[in-house]
Design a protein around this ligand. Structure first.
Ligand SMILES: CC(C)(COP(=O)(O)OP(=O)(O)OC[C@H]1O[C@@H](n2cnc3c(N)ncnc32)[C@H](O)[C@@H]1OP(=O)(O)O)[C@@H](O)C(=O)NCCC(=O)NCCS
Length: 203
């Protein structure tokens, strides 16, 4: 098995997404539960899932996406998008189909994403997470991502510094603690990974 393919369980494989996976990636997002959709996109009705699937299945200097596969079906995706105004920083997001949650898939995808980010010289990887999303915050926390939770807010920025050799999976950095959804993101989804496509704001 190559470095790009890591078994999470005997039946699951993690590998980069490609154009051939677009239908399956679209189906994954169309079948997320309403709550999971809200946690991922900050809205229960994300638009332009087609564009999202196309973006997730495109690999280039700015877009890295991994899928977890159960046979041919994509059961989870994790991706990051490099920021327009800071090529050493990227924003990431994850979605795991509901029946497959709590089996270590999200953790495995994030670990692999950080490995790739490190290899590509990304110095800050960020996730914007709703403060009610305790599962995601817990998963990131266990992986060494850090939030500055000093102020309450609806959205929390959680970061890791993959390229720093210190630490397990990257050194811990805390920035911009607690954020409100910026007004230029009407659906509130994380930039670069929202259903609106790869618009990027600082992650
Ligand atoms: C948040 C999310 C990505 C986490 O993915 P996941 O695959 O369920 O995460 P994991 O299984 O790695 O970890 C979740 C929990 O399962 C536990 N777990 C990990 N491996 C496990 C296993 N083999 N058996 C049982 N539990 C396990 C972890 O300890 C973790 O527990 P915790 O919440 O108490 O820390 C997923 O719940 C999801 O897609 N949510 C909806 C969308 C979303 O919130 N996206 C993030 C927006 S940026």
């Amino acid at each position: 098995m190559s470095a790009e393919q890591r078994a999470v369980s005997p039946d699951l494989v993690i590998r980069p997404l490609g154009p051939q996976d677009e239908d399956s990636v679209r189906a994954l997002h169309e079948h997320l539960t309403q709550r999971d959709t809200y946690l991922r996109f900050f809205t229960v009705a994300p638009r332009r899932v087609d564009e999202l699937a196309e973006m997730l299945c495109r690999q280039d200097d700015r877009h890295v996406s991994l899928g977890a596969f159960d046979d041919a079906a994509v059961v989870a995706v994790a991706n990051y998008t490099v920021l327009d105004d800071d090529v050493a920083s990227a924003e990431c997001a994850v979605a795991v189909s509901h029946p497959m949650q709590h089996h270590g898939i999200g953790t495995a995808l994030l670990q692999r994403l950080v490995d790739i980010a490190r290899a590509r010289g990304i110095r800050r990887l960020s996730a914007y997470v709703l403060s009610v999303n305790t599962t995601m915050l817990q998963v990131l926390g266990e992986l060494g991502w850090v939030r500055n939770g000093s102020e309450p807010g609806s959205v929390v920025q959680v970061d890791i510094a993959p390229a720093d050799p210190l630490g397990n999976g990257g050194s811990r950095v805390a920035v911009d603690s607690s954020l409100r959804v910026p007004p230029d993101r009407p659906e509130g989804g994380p930039s670069g990974t929202s259903a609106n496509g790869p618009s990027v704001v600082g992650p």
